[in-house]
Design a binder for this molecule. Structure first.
Ligand code: AMP
Length: 396
């Protein structure tokens, strides 16, 4: 069952409801500090306008939990979007109701209306049918271009599709799903997964799924220490999930059975406390001091991981190699950014922290693709169906 994309549908002169993710970061004055999310959906909006459609955009912002909170109004987004599109964007006072419907009905084709924050209504996060039905009153065709929200069964993502005969996805969604499919369904091999981050528990399902597909797997970050403990190393006060040691062992066995090469750190940066001012030194994994904790991968590991990546044709990466928010523990992650950026592979980087780490190193443009979804990207890695995508299936 496939989904239709906006360019497969007849949208000429139609009213389009496009779900986007305009949940941009704001500073304390309410100014947008990063408009990447707005720029990400411009191709879809431009295409719809070129086709002479009326564009109605719907998004959430922050977590107002069903109450109107002026600080989380999408007004600053409407202004920025207007500047980027070089045309006026009409800011609706709400996202549902007769007044909004009149605003939409009164507008000419080729205009853009931005609905007010969907989460000012409790029905949004509850996937409420009557709220979804109200949203659906505003348009003839529904387009989802909010990949980062497609793992959530919210009204504007799932329930709303029940009230449209014609539904599809936008170009950002197309890009996300196509890159992911190129990496995981029919990849150029060797395919290498790099999985990092704090805990095994957060990435367990992803590890279990990717191990079935990859040729090599590189594990860094805090989660590596549960694996090292499972192999019998004494890892001092490093982050370990004792309840997952058996699971870690099983994952290592499963990798061996499948002939997947499993790489773990061989040395690390250890610290006497979890603090940017901590005393630090380099230790091999055999010699982590009892009262110290490992907060980054070490130089020998950087060399090892670079060597493991040198013949990779496809690399998929999620999660930092260390507590990279603190400079003292950021070198392993920066080194990994540069190995991945300089590889001759198709490189796909998962959103969230990994995206931040790549940004920090300034190598953004050297990656083939950086996902716009944190949670949604992990769900794809886990092989889990995304409710927002499932809802679009069979909806031409
Ligand atoms: P995740 O959200 O699971 O990708 O984890 C990201 C977080 O893991 C970041 O905030 C890092 O600071 C943290 N992290 C990475 N490596 C370590 C480590 N060795 N010890 C503790 N925290 C870590």
């Amino acid at each position: 069952m496939s989904i239709k994309y906006i360019d497969d549908l007849d949208i000429k002169g139609k009213r389009l409801l496009i779900r986007v993710d305009f949940n941009v970061p704001l500073d304390e004055m309410g100014n947008i500090t990063d408009d990447t999310r707005i720029r990400g959906v411009l191709p879809t909006i431009d295409y719809a306008l070129d086709e002479g459609a009326k564009v109605v955009l719907a998004s959430h912002m922050g977590r107002p939990k069903g109450k109107v909170d002026k600080r989380l109004s999408l007004e600053p987004v409407a202004r920025r979007l207007g500047r980027l599109l070089k045309k006026d964007v009409v800011m609706a006072r709400d996202c549902i109701g007769d007044e909004v419907k009149k605003t939409v009905d009164d507008m000419d084709s080729n205009y853009v209306v931005l609905l007010e924050n969907l989460r000012f209504h409790i029905g949004e996060e509850k996937n409420d049918e009557s709220f979804a039905k109200e949203l659906a009153r505003l348009a003839d065709v529904y387009i989802n271009d909010a990949f980062a929200m497609s793992h959530r069964a919210h009204a504007s993502v799932v329930a709303v599709t029940r009230f449209f005969d014609v539904c599809g996805a936008g170009f950002l969604m197309k890009k996300e799903l196509n890159f992911f499919a190129r990496a995981m369904d029919n990849p150029a091999r060797p395919l290498v997964a790099i999985i990092g981050g704090a805990k095994v528990s957060n990435k367990l399902a992803a590890l279990e799924n990717v191990i079935k597909k990859v040729d090599k797997i590189i594990v860094g970050g805090g989660m590596a220490f549960t694996f090292l403990k499972a192999l019998g190393y004494d890892v001092g006060k490093s982050l370990v999930e004792d309840t997952l040691i058996d699971t870690a062992q099983k994952i290592l066995e499963s990798a061996k059975e499948r002939n997947v090469k499993f790489y773990l750190p061989v040395d690390c940066v250890v610290a006497d406390k979890f603090d940017s001012e901590a005393e630090t030194k380099i230790a091999t994994v055999q010699e982590i001091p009892k009262d110290w904790m490992a907060l980054d991968i070490g130089p020998a590991t950087n060399t090892l991981f670079a060597q493991a990546l040198q013949d990779a044709k496809t690399i998929i990466w999620n999660g930092p190699m260390g507590a990279f928010e603190m400079d003292a523990f950021s070198r392993g992650t920066s080194a990994m950014v540069s190995h991945v950026a300089n590889s001759y592979a198709l490189t796909i980087v998962g959103g969230g922290d990994t995206d931040v780490a790549v940004n920090k190193s300034g190598e953004l443009n050297k990656m083939s693709y950086i996902s716009t979804g944190g949670g949604a990207f992990i769900d794809l890695l886990e092989g889990r169906p995304l409710p927002g995508i499932e809802a679009l299936k069979n909806k031409g």
